[in-house]
Design a protein around this ligand. Structure first.
Ligand code: BTN
Length: 252
């Protein structure tokens, strides 16, 4: 049964596809609805970040899901779209794409896409999850703000390929559908997501530093847990568990 993308609403210009989809979710919309926009005027990234959403340059969309999973599994669940994005971007650009914890996709060592997952849940049950994705497709390096021009790329700037944004969207939705149906039908789906995510990971077994405003941890990125945390082996041999949150991760 096809769920993801059974209804797609395309906007020319909106504030944020996540925000508009959240209103629809709260109003009782069925899962599978996808909202896309040519441009966003208030595109949001993780934490307090903005997401540069220039008209004609990128793909900006959000998907509404109502997974029948336990609320404690939302961390690992939120990592599954990056597998679909990485594979679709790799296929369309004919270039290897990798996942970076928690929810980024990299091409040629630079960030090409980010995912903002937002959920509403009680202590037990998920009400809905919104998966919002932004993919840089046609940007030239000079389109990125100076602070990001060394760390961000578009499919075009990294590979020279001009991919069709709607073809890419359909491939992503198709791949998300396939993983989502395994989540719905496979008891041990958490292991499946960790394994598939790690196969594509940019920094597996590499030295990384994870930090936010108040916290900093350095060590070897050993793996992710079946609840989506990053497991970092620090210099003193302790395995630190970092929960998905507003952290930045970089290789040292
Ligand atoms: C990040 O890397 O910080 C996540 C970026 C997510 C951006 C997308 S664009 C579509 C959707 N709507 C938003 O406002 N944000 C997400």
């Amino acid at each position: 049964m096809k769920i993801i993308g059974r209804k797609i609403i395309h906007f020319d210009s909106i504030s944020s596809t996540n925000d508009v989809l959240k209103e629809k979710a709260l109003a009782g919309e069925h899962e599978g609805l996808v909202i896309t926009a040519e441009e966003q005027t208030k595109g949001r990234g993780r934490g307090a970040n903005c997401w540069l959403s220039m008209r004609g340059k990128g793909l900006y969309f959000s998907v509404l899901l109502r997974p029948q999973i336990n609320a404690r599994d939302v961390g690992i669940f939120s990592l599954f779209p990056s597998i679909a994005l990485a594979d679709a971007i790799a296929h369309q650009s004919e270039t290897k794409a990798t996942t970076k914890w928690p929810n980024d996709v990299f091409l040629t060592g630079k960030k090409v896409a980010g995912i903002l997952g937002e959920s509403s849940a009680t202590s037990q049950k998920i009400n809905f999850v919104i998966v919002g994705a932004g993919i840089n497709i046609l940007h030239e390096q000079k389109d990125f703000p100076p602070d990001f021009s060394d760390s961000a790329c578009s499919i075009k700037s990294a590979t020279g390929k001009t991919v069709d944004k709607f073809e890419l969207l359909h491939e992503i939705l198709f791949r998300m559908e396939s993983i989502y149906s395994q989540i719905n039908n496979f008891a041990d789906w958490q292991h499946l997501i960790t394994d598939e995510w790690m196969k594509r990971c940019l920094h597996l077994e590499r030295k990384v530093i994870i930090k936010n405003n108040t916290f900093s941890k350095e060590g070897i990125f050993e793996r992710i847990s079946t609840t989506g945390e990053a497991l970092i082996r620090t210099e003193n041999g302790v395995l630190e568990k970092i929960t998905v949150g507003n952290f930045s991760l970089r290789e040292t």
